[in-house]
Design a protein around this ligand. Structure first.
Ligand SMILES: *Cc1c(COP(=O)(O)O)cnc(C)c1O
Length: 410
């Protein structure tokens, strides 16, 4: 029988590998990518079939790197797309849309998409233990899905993460390892550990499968836009994987004839305190110079991004921009989104909204063009970022007079 997964291949030298737990090319050290049999997929996929599928990312199962059915994250994805009229009015954009992954299932961030795919694949490959190196949300999602799918679990995080993200691990009772260092230190350590133990590190040795889950952001966008693509997308960049996979998702639907002619400009968003890709863009460099992160947007704080080079290239080829914003702009972005649309996003969403605002002000996004901004995480997990930047409740006695006296004063 023909299979939809042909194997893995090196993105650089194209050498082929079997579809196992591998992630780097042993000849040129390039990253590995899943090779699909698109002829087979084309003969099986259709708009009708997708439309009738489950209301989760599994409606796109034909384009995900698993061989059987899903066994983790059965309700991940298929999050709301909102025509953001209030925020659009504030920014002078008539067709602004927000993809709201702050309500993704199980753990309120876009990472539930990648983890659903990674843990399903980990089970197919026979692993009983899953692990990750995380800036926060990935650990939350791996821990929750491991509990549900019955894996032993180790999550490795920088020890100075927000308390909501630490609690958001501990509640599921995985092994939580706080590492004194940056995410890049955590990641380097995990690469070593992955060489010693037979565990599925979702973003290391099974990264080629994990990262494919991000394509579903693009598929859902095209389905919402009635089988077409928006004029612009604004995407936050940490490792750069989400951005590259949104681009790949658009390309696959085009290749399969599900849409025609994608001309979307892909824009990237980073924090000034962790801007390795934005600074390469600005300085017209082709290589990424690693930085030591210092930003309130901890979930995006990857100083040496694995897919930064590819993200940079995709943005340039699409005619897009990568911009960066300060911590104050990030907080203002979080507040603006909450006050206009009722969405409480975390700091990463603040980065996206703040860059969106800049691009609108610079006239790169135009009033009559459609723009989708990806809001990737929930504000309840990063409360300390805004706790001193919002108002205070009124304090009154439990009687009408006290209420009315206070009302006069405000
Ligand atoms: C992980 C993450 C991203 C981006 O991740 P990439 O590594 O670039 O794929 C964006 N937003 C949030 C909230 C995240 O947790």
């Amino acid at each position: 029988m023909m299979k939809k997964i042909k194997g893995l291949f090196c993105k650089e030298c194209k050498k082929e590998y079997p579809a196992e737990a591998l992630h780097v090319c042993e000849f040129c050290f390039g990253p590995l990518e899943v090779a699909y049999n698109y002829d087979l997929i084309k003969s099986e996929i259709s708009r009708e079939k997708i439309t009738q599928g489950p209301k989760s990312l599994w409606r796109y199962i034909d384009l995900l790197p698993i061989e059987g059915g899903p066994t983790a994250g059965l309700n991940a994805g298929y999050t709301p797309m909102i025509h953001a009229k209030n925020l659009g009015a504030a920014l002078g954009l008539d067709y602004l849309y927000l993809k709201n992954d702050t309500v993704n299932c199980l753990t309120l961030s876009f990472k539930d998409r990648v983890v659903a795919v990674a843990l399903t694949r980990a089970k197919e490959l026979g692993f009983d233990t899953v692990a990750c190196a995380s800036t926060g949300n990935l650990a939350n999602s791996v821990a929750a899905h491991a509990a549900e799918a019955g894996f032993r679990c180790f999550v490795f995080i920088p020890s100075d993460l927000e308390s909501g993200k630490i609690l958001g691990n501990l509640i599921y009772k995985p092994n939580v390892v706080g590492v004194q260092g940056t995410y890049d230190d955590v990641n380097r350590l995990c690469s070593e550990i992955a060489g010693e133990y037979p565990w599925a590190f979702v973003n290391i040795n099974i990264r080629p499968y994990y990262s494919e889950g991000s394509k579903t952001m693009a598929y859902e966008t095209m389905e919402y836009f009635n089988w077409s693509t928006p004029d612009h997308v604004v995407v936050p960049i940490a490792s750069g994987s989400l951005l590259t996979k949104i681009s790949k998702g658009f390309g696959e639907f085009e290749q399969l004839g599900l849409i025609s002619g994608c001309k979307t400009q892909i824009h990237g968003a980073q924090a000034e305190g962790c801007n390795p890709v934005a600074s390469a863009f600005k300085e017209k460099r082709d290589f990424i110079r690693p930085v030591k992160p210092k930003t309130v947007a901890k979930s995006l704080a990857i100083g040496n991004p694995a897919d930064g080079f590819y993200a940079l290239r995709i943005v340039r080829e699409s005619g897009g921009i990568i911009d960066e914003v300060t911590d104050d702009e990030i907080i203002d972005g979080m507040k603006l989104l909450a006050e206009t649309q009722g969405i409480f996003t975390e700091t990463a969403g603040g980065v996206t909204v703040a860059v969106l605002k800049k691009l609108a002000e610079r006239g790169i996004l135009k009033k009559g063009e459609s723009t989708v901004a990806y809001i990737t995480g929930n504000g309840l997990k990063t409360q300390e970022a805004v706790s001193q930047k919002v108002g205070k409740p009124w304090h009154i006695q439990p009687n009408l007079k006290s209420f009315q006296d206070t009302l006069k004063k405000v």
